[in-house]
Design a protein around this ligand. Structure first.
Ligand code: PBG
Length: 331
């Protein structure tokens, strides 16, 4: 044997990794500021910014400060914010009536933002948990979370949010039939252009812990949410949920949490080809922010990597508490 060519690899995948301009040319996915939705917590008061202990760098803000956050979003090019209320415990009841009070905290925040910064889209969260004395997303009767009566309440909540100016309604309750009921009520009340981003595949997750602190629901919650949120072991079921919500009129769908569920994001995107979002939830944020604060990881790099991976998994956008930091890093 007299080989004329040395037995070196002809395919050297490192060639296109060797130089920065080559790496840029072959990069398959990109993260941009237009992919971001920024979740923001609102509380009562004036000029208040209160850091959430389990979410370093994330604040509960009075309505005026939510407006400031919306201005920051507009300046940074972030297309949307999502408003979550920290409700006064005195307003939490069995019948959750505060949820459809047109002047509740969340609706006042929506109105203030739309008046001051109309170019930023406002997304809402539709579920009873901020207003429910027992912390559940639906009404509890004889120890059970009841579906249909909850859907009627969620519809009332949806309409007052749309009246307040919400651009995107986010049902996060996981009741059956809520998207269809909300869509008909929105059409019937003239809100044809109000969109629905359904939390279609929402799992019963331990990663929501810091969020429940942030909205003051941790102490309230009795039991768990496994009779309505999904089992983390399942993904065929996620496809059925997405299909159902699309048939009922959802414009966009979401998988939640994000990082441990990238396979679900990929299956949803490939199966339906619809606008697909992931929610990088509070526990995911706090793992990165907490480890970075200890000096155990490079927080900025981990943040950017985690968000790029959502794009690689097929997501069109991401709800993330890192939104302003990411936007700054991208600019
Ligand atoms: C409530 C709701 C939750 C989150 C968003 N909407 C918590 C839950 O279902 O218990 C979690 C968001 C996060 O952890 O960042 N319906």
């Amino acid at each position: 044997m007299h080989p004329t060519v040395a037995p070196f690899p002809t395919t050297r995948l490192r060639r296109t990794r060797m130089k920065a301009p080559l790496r840029a040319l072959v990069q398959e996915n990109a993260l941009s500021v237009g992919d971001l939705i920024w979740p923001v917590f609102v509380r009562e008061g004036q000029d208040v910014l209160e850091e959430i202990p389990s979410m370093p760098g994330v604040f509960r803000r009075s309505v005026d400060q939510v407006v400031e956050a919306a201005r920051e979003a507009a300046d940074l090019g972030i297309p949307a914010i999502c408003i979550f209320p920290y409700t006064d415990p005195a307003l939490k009841t069995e019948d959750c009536a505060e949820a459809w009070n047109p002047d509740n905290l969340s609706n006042r925040a929506i109105r203030a933002v739309k008046a001051a910064v109309p170019e930023v889209a406002v997304m809402t969260d539709v579920a009873l948990d901020p207003y429910n004395i027992n912390g559940h997303d639906g009404f509890v009767e004889n120890g059970e979370i009841v579906n249909d009566r909850t859907v009627e309440a969620l519809v009332k909540m949806t309409i007052v949010q749309a009246d307040a100016g919400a651009d995107i309604i986010g049902p996060s309750d996981m009741m059956d039939g809520r998207v269809g009921a909300m869509r008909s009520a929105l059409e019937a009340s003239g809100h044809h252009d109000v969109t629905i981003l359904s939390y279609a595949a929402k799992y019963a997750s331990a990663f929501y812990g810091p969020f429940r602190d942030a909205v003051g629901a941790s102490g309230a919650l009795k039991g768990d949410k496994t009779t309505y949120q999904m089992n983390p072991a399942n993904s065929d079921e996620a496809l059925r949920l997405v299909q159902r919500d699309l048939q009922e009129g959802a414009d966009m769908v979401m998988v939640k949490p994000g990082m441990p569920y990238l396979d679900v994001c990929r299956r949803v995107k490939e199966s339906f080809g619809v606008p697909t979002f992931a929610y990088q939830v509070s526990g995911e944020y706090s793992m990165i922010a907490g480890a970075a604060a200890q000096g155990w990881i490079d927080g900025d790099k981990a943040m950017m990597e985690s968000l790029m991976c959502f794009k690689r998994a097929g997501c069109d956008g991401i709800l993330t508490y890192f939104a302003p930091a990411v936007a700054r890093a991208l600019s």
